[in-house]
Design a protein around this ligand. Sequence first.
Ligand SMILES: Cc1cc2nc3c(=O)[nH]c(=O)nc-3n(C[C@H](O)[C@H](O)[C@H](O)COP(=O)(O)O)c2cc1C
Length: 203
Amino acid sequence: MKDVKLAVIYYSSTGTNHQMAKWAAEAGEEAGAEVKFLKIKETAPQEAINENEDWKKHIEATQDVQTAAVDDLEWADAIIFSAPTRYGSLPSQVQSYFDMTGGLWFQGKLVNKVVSGMTSAQNPHGGQESTLLALYKTMFHWGAIAVPPAYTNEVMFAAGGNPYGVSADAGKDNLNQEIHKAIKHQTKRTLELAGYIKTGLNK
Ligand SMILES: Cc1cc2nc3c(=O)[nH]c(=O)nc-3n(C[C@H](O)[C@H](O)[C@H](O)COP(=O)(O)O)c2cc1C
């Protein structure tokens, strides 16, 4: 997987998706991919952030993480997104990022990107599947190739069995070894398929 470029792009208010994305980036590096670990820009007003101590602390703690630009999507062969649910859909921060991709989309530059998504919610049935479906809907419009982990490895069952993408209960304390293993699997599978597609397209 040496020639595969992986962008792990996340949004997180309180750290759960940051940690999930970090595990995906580490798994990508272990697999030999060239990896970019990128956060989606915060767009919430400071007053709102100040009202939530965990949110404020997380922003301060991740100041040094590079912010995702739309060009990073063009650079990547494979992209793993991680973002929490907001009422069963994506956070507006992620949607704002996607709203800037029109130029690349018009030029067909997002076609055949290999993509996969992860998410978290406060409740075990708080909207994980619909959040990932919302993500994949945009990916389908891009012409990207979505790679769900499905039940392609037994580690998926122990991690809650969401076939659309690894999903966790909110809070870093809930990110156990089962979630970690499933993220490794999802990342490896995404990279493998990206490798096949890249090789095939270059023939
Ligand atoms: C505006 C808003 C809406 C949310 N909606 C839901 C929801 O419908 N169901 C749920 O279980 N959690 C919901 N959550 C909880 C978040 O999904 C949770 O805080 C997130 O998964 C934590 O991820 P993070 O630590 O990466 O920010 C909501 C949170 C916010 C701020």
